[in-house]
Design a protein around this ligand. Structure first.
Ligand SMILES: [Zn+2]
Length: 287
């Protein structure tokens, strides 16, 4: 599954969403990717993931970049900004449509729930629904709202197994049956916004990313992103998912559960705490 050439120079990235300022949890992810790039003598890039515009806080992107500067985490190249990348995402969608791998979907959330209930497979509480494929073979006169990827068809046409295997540098072998566990996921949302998965894959390819180092909370996205890489003919980077800092409610630390912005009066102290967290979790950079 690892198609990255060993001889290719390392390019890593940190890709924050400007939904708030960096806190000690997001610094762990930033530092892990930065130090891994340094340990490999590689380049480290930054990308602002503001593809979900309504969730972003005005001015946060600029402030995050200022925070990184204050911490001495300087990107080795231009900062990519997803909200300026619509042309690239549109081109990728058109490729998938032309290959017969993307289809329009007219379903609302309640349409999907109704279809799953009548099929006797309602989603477990808190689990996200696996799209039942209602529009895969046509819209039946309805108007398309979103675009979805025909996952099983992509894998079949490319001669790939239904269960995807990939390797995480810390966690070892990983598998996911994307069609069964996630279903035909969205590429462009009904509200016109680009889906996170498509944006990430197109951006990683355009930035020449060879190594994705990010928080464990994003592990579950990996197989979907690999399917998209295959569909678009993009190389699959190496992956490393590092532990995430937990909030008091046992979930990933975030603004919603009490994370305060980093106190950059003492950047060295912030970095030391993030380094200590990574060391405690048993992860040493560069491995
Ligand atoms: Zn549909």
């Amino acid at each position: 599954m690892d198609t990255t050439e060993a001889s290719q120079p390392y390019v890593g990235r940190f890709a924050p969403s400007p939904t708030g300022l960096l806190h000690r949890g997001s610094l762990v992810a930033a530092l892990a990717s930065f130090e891994d790039a340094r340990a490999h003598g590689g380049r480290w890039l930054v990308r602002i993931e503001d593809v979900d515009g309504p969730r972003c806080v005005p001015g946060a992107a600029r402030q995050i970049l200022a925070q990184l500067r204050a911490l001495g985490l300087h990107p080795d190249g231009e900062v990519m900004v997803q909200s300026q990348r619509a042309t690239a995402y549109e081109a990728a969608l058109q490729i998938l449509i032309a290959r017969g791998w993307a289809y329009p979907c007219a379903c609302t959330r309640s349409d999907i729930e109704r279809a799953l209930r009548s099929a006797g497979t309602p989603p477990a509480r808190h689990a996200s629904a696996v799209y039942p494929g209602t529009c895969r073979n046509g819209l039946n006169g309805k108007t398309g709202r979103a675009w979805r990827l025909d996952v099983a068809r992509v894998l079949h046409d490319l001669g790939l197994p239904a269960v995807l295997h990939w390797h995480d540098r810390r966690l070892g072998e990983q598998t996911q049956d994307v069609a069964a566990d996630v279903g035909d996921f969205v590429l462009r949302r009904a509200d016109g916004l680009w889906a996170y998965q498509l944006a990430v894959v197109v951006d990683d390819a355009d930035q020449g990313i060879t190594d994705v180092v990010r928080g464990l909370d994003l592990l579950d996205n990996t197989a979907r992103q690999i399917v998209l890489q295959k569909a678009l003919g993009c190389p699959t980077p190496r992956y490393l998912h590092v532990p995430v800092v937990m909030g008091e409610n046992g979930e990933k630390l975030s603004k919603q559960n009490g994370a305060r912005p980093l106190d950059l009066a003492d950047p060295a102290q912030c970095l030391q705490e993030a380094r200590a967290f990574l060391a405690r979790s048993g992860w040493l950079c560069g491995r």
